[in-house]
Design a protein around this ligand. Structure first.
Ligand SMILES: CC(C)(COP(=O)(O)OP(=O)(O)OC[C@H]1O[C@@H](n2cnc3c(N)ncnc32)[C@H](O)[C@@H]1OP(=O)(O)O)[C@@H](O)C(=O)NCCC(=O)NCCS
Length: 166
């Protein structure tokens, strides 16, 4: 089942992100904000009453035509079954519907060496027949003074015009 998160999901969301072992792990408080104030732009997947996936996102105040996707995580045991793709489709359909059908562009930053993430967004773009572009965005220097973090260029996917086609 795919649904909006609730405050009571914050700990489980954090667990799923931790289980991936590759994403930056944020505080429970951060996930609580996302599960409450940003619930309209966040989605969880639930399997047998347990949270198995999450996409956190928000609409940047300066770019109201954008859904910025922050973290995409599926618990290792649930990967490879289409959960992440279904979550993003569900989230985009919901946000486009909430906005009265106005076109939406999905943005996400992806480290150059994160092949699964790139494949995931490329697959989303193909599925919806929209272009995907890449431009410089967050830099290693902004993310870590020791420069151990890679640059995070921005992927832009869209605009997605017709929610019924999703
Ligand atoms: C990346 C991740 C979210 C994918 O979740 P998932 O539920 O297994 O993904 P799906 O089954 O919905 O796959 C969706 C698409 O992404 C592609 N994909 C997913 N994982 C992939 C991988 N490890 N390598 C290459 N492609 C991958 C799939 O091939 C699929 O494309 P297709 O339908 O055109 O074949 C999951 O592996 C994960 O949580 N990884 C660790 C966290 C991470 O890297 N997050 C950033 C992702 S944006």
């Amino acid at each position: 089942m795919l649904r909006r998160p609730r405050g009571s999901d914050a700990i489980a969301i954090r667990r799923v992100v931790a289980e991936t072992d590759v994403l930056d792990l944020n505080s429970t408080y951060a996930y609580l904000l996302l599960a409450t104030d940003f619930a309209d732009t966040t989605v969880v997947a639930e399997t047998d009453g347990r949270v198995t996936g999450v996409i956190t996102g928000y609409v940047p105040p300066q770019r109201p035509d954008v859904l910025f996707v922050w973290q995409v995580a599926v618990a290792p045991a649930a990967q490879g079954r289409g959960i992440a793709g279904a979550m993003l489709d569900h989230l985009v359909r919901r946000v486009v519907g909430d906005r009265g059908g106005r076109p939406l562009t999905v943005e996400a930053t992806v480290a150059p060496d994160n092949a699964p993430s790139r494949a995931f967004f490329a697959s989303f773009a193909r599925r919806h027949g929209v272009p995907i572009s890449e431009q410089p965005h967050f830099t290693a220097a902004q993310l870590d003074p020791d420069l151990t973090h890679a640059d995070e260029p921005l992927l832009r996917i869209g605009p997605i015009v017709t929610p019924t086609a999703i």
